[in-house]
Write a protein that binds this ligand. Structure first.
Ligand SMILES: Cc1cc2nc3c(=O)[nH]c(=O)nc-3n(C[C@H](O)[C@H](O)[C@H](O)COP(=O)(O)O)c2cc1C
Length: 322
């Protein structure tokens, strides 16, 4: 098992873009980062660089794709190969109506043979072994045997890494947001997978909010993936390298801001919008004294269309400037 899977940032549409990932990379050196999902046809018909470009510092980095068709998946992966992502992951967990209409995401859990076919085809044509992100079940199939059969079938095609969102998805009646809160968390099912398939790498996801909780889950699974708690409280994960990997060196928020600011100027010069570059920073002091003021100052910088003299450090709440 690759050690840097012990903690990862979950793929999140409109959240885990390259700028947020770059910021998080300054906060934790070891955490594996996942991109937003990119649909196969978007890569095939769109501008791949727009979706695939990243900064080398972001590694270890995974690209997540959405696909329900072996041929399209192969073409999408072939397009992505030159970027040399450390991993390509297939989305078998998203219940959004748009994704369901495309026949991919969580509805593919009902078609493990199709997922297996995608894994086989992509490996045969590109040498890339897809990893899979899925749920513990969907709709009326909340039984463990359904989950185990899915994993067994896809593993028989060669897949080795399964990231399991420990909530069942409801394909009707719950919107994607409610699908991340209403169905109860069932981490015990993920642990059971690890016991039943010890040779596979099983990563657990869903409702994990602190590095301490992550450590707890690591007693029963190979890795932990965190989504919302990394977006909402990015600085909390400055403790992750030490807590999860026993690394001594802690993170210094001033150094993080300085590095991010240099990156921001590089990216502005390449035409990235200021809004996209400032957005990842808004929660950096969330829940701390001065956190609201920081957001207001960032908002003001956005309205002004530029950073003030003194840059990001000058906007930071008092103590952090020291
Ligand atoms: C805004 C948002 C966008 C998401 N987009 C994706 C996505 O593109 N692909 C995916 O597999 N999961 C997506 N998810 C689900 C997360 O990857 C994760 O499985 C889920 O949020 C549960 O983890 P958490 O409780 O740590 O947030 C998204 C979640 C959120 C909140």
């Amino acid at each position: 098992m690759s050690d840097d899977r012990r903690l990862s940032l979950a793929p999140m549409m409109e959240r885990t873009d390259r700028h947020f990932r770059f910021l998080l990379r300054q906060i934790t050196r070891r955490t594996r980062l996942y991109s937003e999902m990119v649909v196969d046809r978007t890569l095939i018909h769109g501008d791949p660089a727009r979706h695939l470009d990243f900064h080398p510092e972001e590694r270890p980095l995974a690209l997540q794709i959405g696909s329900a068709d072996p041929g399209l998946a192969v073409r999408a992966v072939q397009i992505a190969l030159p970027w040399k992502y450390d991993e390509i992951n297939l989305n078998v967990g998203c219940p959004s109506p748009r994704v369901q209409a495309g026949g991919f995401g969580v509805v593919l859990m009902r078609a493990p043979g199709c997922v297996a076919e995608i894994v086989r085809a992509v490996y045969a044509e590109t040498g890339m072994l897809l990893t899979i992100k899925h749920r513990v079940g969907l709709d009326d199939r909340g039984d463990y045997s359904f989950l185990a059969r899915f994993v067994e079938t896809v593993a028989a095609a060669g897949a080795r890494v399964f990231v399991v969102h420990a909530r069942r998805a409801w394909t009707a009646g719950l919107d994607p947001r409610a699908n991340r809160t209403v169905p109860p968390l069932e981490h015990a099912k993920v642990y059971r997978l690890k016991r039943d398939f010890p040779e596979l790498t099983i990563v657990t996801n869903g409702g994990i909010t602190t590095p301490e909780q992550a450590l707890d889950h690591l007693r029963h699974s190979d890795g932990v993936m965190v989504g919302r708690a990394m977006w909402d409280y990015p600085w909390r994960w400055a403790a992750a390298d030490r807590a999860i990997w026993g690394e001594e060196r802690g993170r210094d928020r001033r150094a993080v801001l300085e590095r991010y600011e240099a990156y921001l100027h590089e990216q502005l010069a390449k035409g990235a919008p200021l809004r996209a570059l400032l957005r990842p920073l808004f929660n950096l002091y969330k829940g701390e004294p001065g956190g609201r003021r920081w957001r207001q100052r960032l908002d003001a910088a956005l309205r002004a269309g530029r950073l003030p003299a003194g840059g990001l450090v000058a906007l930071a709440p008092g103590k952090v400037r020291a």
